[in-house]
Each structure stands twice: as structure tokens, then as C-alpha cells.
Write a protein that binds this ligand. Sequence first.
Ligand SMILES: Cc1cc2nc3c(=O)[nH]c(=O)nc-3n(C[C@H](O)[C@H](O)[C@H](O)COP(=O)(O)OP(=O)(O)OC[C@H]3O[C@@H](n4cnc5c(N)ncnc54)[C@H](O)[C@@H]3O)c2cc1C
Length: 414
Amino acid sequence: MSSMPVIVIGGGAAGLLAAGRAGELGARVLLLEKNDRLGRKIMVSGGGRCNVTNSGSIQELIKHYPGNGQFLYSAFSKFSNQDIMLLLERMGVPLKVEKEGRVFPSSDKASDVVKGLTKYLKEGGVEIRLEERVTGIVTEGREVRGVTTEKGRIASRLVIVATGGKSYPATGSTGDGYQWALACGHNVVPVRPALVPLNVKEEWVKEVQGLALRDIYADIKEGEKVLGREQGEILFTHFGVSGPVILSLSRYVKNHSAPQDLTLYINLKPALNEDQLAAELQLELQKNQKKQLKNALDDLLPRRLIPIIIRESQISPEKFVHQVTKKERQALLATLRNLKLTITGPRSLDEAIVTAGGVAVKEINPKTMESKLIKGLYFAGEVLDIDGLTGGYNLQAAFSTGYTAGDHAGRESF
Ligand SMILES: Cc1cc2nc3c(=O)[nH]c(=O)nc-3n(C[C@H](O)[C@H](O)[C@H](O)COP(=O)(O)OP(=O)(O)OC[C@H]3O[C@@H](n4cnc5c(N)ncnc54)[C@H](O)[C@@H]3O)c2cc1C
């Protein structure tokens, strides 16, 4: 049986930082990754551009984790957004800051981030074994003793689990770490999709699938109560809605098992108040008196959306503009400001950007990421019960917790 002072399981954002940091400290480190390459989820992140982190202050960052932000305080203090930016620049990956403090590689290529982090591992002398799937954690009493892989057993007193969540399983995140945590006596908060597209009841979305609307406002309501509002881009799909606004609002949608009376109201013209929009609509209709209504709103709306807005206002699209009544005009105005969709639930974990739930953080030391139950066992990244909003927050959590685990395990190995 072989042995290694520090073993890191998983070559995603958390595992790369954990292995890199322990290696940087001079520890002998083995990184085990079941895929044939490192950082597959990083490669698809940010639409292939990788929103590495967010440039806000630590206090600001913490506010962006609906799931357990306070737990991250120590990890962010040890390795902050500024630190990952400095590290990447040092590894030859220049960065740029875009709107809302979102940080991207200047090249807009996620692959450059993976290359930079791989360089960090190489500089630290980390041994990388690809296509080696870990099958379990070996413990003795309350101490870790190593791991089993498909190829055999490797002894170690320091094991960092960075296997990620359970979303986008094709990238390798299949939730393996949860089983090991349970076997070690940890509680695992039930996992559920977060930052996820939403299914809706209305069939008309199929007619506009692929259509993206920028700069809209969307309110999500439970009954009459407004739960949240977001501004930005929405995308219609064959099943419902997606895009940054929807991913953010999805946090208000519980699982299928808990039916909610949820509706989405989209204001298609948020830059105009009600009077301004009424005036604009009136102008359009006056200009196009002789046309059918379906051919009269081109300056106000994308072509494909026009028949839908007219139908949702209970008007026949075939009607001529000069026949439109005041009541119908008011109905059009109301639809433009409050296009209604009935939410039937979130899409599955497979389509979620992150996994909410995971290894219970109260059983993890926030200063080291070491298990409070098993000595020498660490958890880092999305496997933990942490989830952030869009804007670079999830990668930052993975980087900071990974670094923290690697820092402690690295020092313990001497
Ligand atoms: C489409 C998409 C876009 C995203 N965009 C952004 C973004 O722009 N900004 C942002 O902050 N966040 C983004 N996220 C979220 C972010 O990518 C994740 O939160 C983050 O990558 C999690 O890192 P991790 O290291 O914890 O897990 P992962 O990246 O999932 O890495 C886990 C690794 O462990 C390996 N592994 C699992 N089980 C085993 C095993 N048994 N043996 C060996 N290896 C194993 C996996 O193959 C994988 O490589 C995005 C997510 C998705 C799906």
C-alpha cells in the first residue's frame, strides 16, 4: 500500500487551491481526479468566460451567500478575493473587472484560469493523478487513515474532500463526497438545486424560446406577497424561463414537494413609468391606425413577443388598431408592465448552477475546514452546505475554503 502525507480528492476550484497551497508550503501532496482533465466545471463557468470572483469587500461578499455566509468569514480573511486575483495574475492570468464587480480573465477564456491554477500545482510539486476515482475514505476510530480508489488503497493522515456538489454531473460533480461524509458520521443537509431555471405553466413560452430580453424587471410573488425583485436579462426556453434574473430569483422557489402559489411578473419597460408608457403606446397606435394590432407594436416589442402580449391582454391580434377600445389599451399597458407567468417549480439539479445543502458547516472548523468529528479529514468547496448568488461568489467560496484546508493540512503534514 502506498502512502502520501496530504491527499486532495477532486480537481475543481476548491481542490486545486487546496493542493496548490499545501504544495506551496512544501508538503508532499497527491491530487486525485476522476476526470481525464482538471477543472471541468471551471471551463463551463460564466458561459466559458469564468467569473472568477467579485471585487467587493469581504463584508459585501458575505452578504451574497443565502446559504451560510457567516461560516466563510475566516476563510475569506485567510484567502480573499484580492488574494485569488493576485495569485492568478502571478500565474500569468491577467484579469478585468466588469459591471457589479464581476471579475473575469482579460482573455475571456475560462481555460486560462485552469491553466493558471495548474501552474500553481506544478510549482508546488503536487502529484496529479487523473482518471483515478476515489471510492471511499478510510478511518480508524476518530482519525482518517487514507482513501480507497478504483486502483487500490493509499494511506494518509490528511485527506481533503473537494468533490463538489451534485449539479452539472457531466463535469464530474456527482455528489460522492456526501456519502463519505455520512459514513464518517457527518450530517448532510438535503441537497437541492440553487441558481436554477424555472418551469412555468404557460405554454406560450415555447413560441418565444431562445428569446432574451435585456433590462427588464421581474418580481416573484407568493400569493400577493412580493418575495423578491431582480433587474437584468431573462431568457425564454421551451420549459419556462432562465437567464441571470431567473437564476437569482430561483432562491425563492422551494422543491416540487412543497407546492407554492408562485407567480412571476415581468415589467418589459421598466425605464418608463406608467404615464410615460401609456403615452408611448398611444403614439404607436396613432401612427399605425390602419394596421392590424399584430403589426402595430414593432417599435415597442421584439416581433415574436407581440402576438403573445396581445393575446395575454385578451385582444384579438387580428383586430385593426382603430378598433382598439380604451379598455383594451389599458389592458395592453397592464400586460407590458406585468406580464404574468405561473411558476410550477425549479428545474432539476442537473441544470442547477450550484447545489444548496451539503455537509453541515456546524461540524466543520471554519478556521481550518477540518472535520470536528474526524481528525485529519477536511471538506472544501461546494460539497459543504454553502451556496452563493451569481457574480463570482461560488468560485470564491470554493477558492477560499480550498486554500484554507490546504494551508492547515500542509502545515500539519510536517
Ligand atoms: C454552468 C455553470 C456556470 C457557473 N459559473 C460560475 C461563475 O461564473 N462564477 C462562479 O463563481 N461560480 C460559477 N459556477 C459555480 C462554480 O463553478 C462552482 O460552485 C465551483 O466550481 C465548485 O467548485 P468545487 O471545487 O467545490 O467543485 P467542482 O468544481 O464540482 O469540482 C469537484 C471535482 O471533484 C471531482 N470528483 C468528484 N468525485 C470524485 C471522486 N469520487 N474521485 C475523484 N474525483 C472526484 C470532480 O470530477 C470534479 O473535478 C458555475 C457553475 C455552473 C454549473
